[in-house]
Design a protein around this ligand. Sequence first.
Ligand SMILES: [Mn+2]
Length: 408
Amino acid sequence: MERLRLAQLSDLHLGACLSGGKLALPQKKAETRRAEQRQCLSRFAAHVRDTRPAAVLLPGDLFDSPEPDVDDLNFAINALNSIAPIPVFLAPGNHDAYAPSSPYDPHSALYQSRGSGPKWGSNVRIFAADRFETVPLPGHPNVTVTGVAFHRHVPDTHRPLAELPRAAQNGCRILLFHGSLESYPRAGAEPQVLPFTAAELARAGYTYAAVGHYHRGGPIVGERGELLGAYAGAPFAASLGDLTPGSWLDVELTPQQPLNESALRWHRADDRAIHRIEMDVTGLTDTAALAQRLDGLLAASKAGQRDMVHVTLHGRIARGVAFDPRQALAERFFHAAVDDSRVEPDHAVDLAATPDKEPGLAATSEELFIWRMRKLYQQAPDEAERARIKEALFYGLDALTLGEIHLR
Ligand SMILES: [Mn+2]
């Protein structure tokens, strides 16, 4: 097998709505980000023209939708055509699934409607079938690329590698598809599409698999630690789920087998990152102390001034204290969003106050509970017992009002 360099990028999600969601970028910042998202692809194309790998691998979700707008489509076609004559192999993903209406089909109304818009260049090979197809890599007689398109009519639970016959064991065999390695460390609750295991991939007998879908880049490693393939990761942080810096991937396949992770080199593709901060406000009773805790969390996150931060506040805030860090954060970062919808005021119950008369039938459980605890408190023999009753009151009120208990 010859030494072979490849460049891999996926999950750019061109056309994704950047102003919505919890991050809530205002229109002007969303436009800045939209330009930066395109820049990811232009920079990647420039990198490919500079470094001249044997092929570019795009395993899906280049667009956020199967029918992107014409401007995004023309931009992407121009960028990929600019890489010519280096061949580009594209396997549509679950977002930009192949369909008769998608611009991956040159007969589609969308593709045809663009008048003088650019056509897919002869260097761009789009895998259109819902079954794996194998094509030669031009100029490299011993290299093949085997790819498949995601089709909407194929259920997400379909196992693409189950039907893939074992590859012939000569030459260099590249596999390209969009799917979910079941054991892959996931950032959140990303849906699994076209699942597979490392064992299935190893059995298929390919030299290297370029896989798309997960937005965090990382290797796909077999049982004996051998490298089977990789996710390049999303190059651009589009939403709160994108918590690792955007990246694309250079791959260098060497004649020595098995491959290991030294074949992979990730490149930072997005100058901004999204940081998610969770802060418990419970127990802090003035805004200076609250701001100090938030500063500590921000420092630990390594969020920089070009970045976006999303802060979730939760817990019990002291009565009479209002903590709103929005303005201060807006001045420190490209963008900051604060979700304080889970902050609850602390319970204000004076146990030493004279108890009212016993609550009647119309009383809430909360009123009845406070009345009983107040009586117990006032009958308590010593300070230790009173402290215990105070604790019990807070936990009980947490349970009654929040349905969960905040340890203090
Ligand atoms: Mn996907």
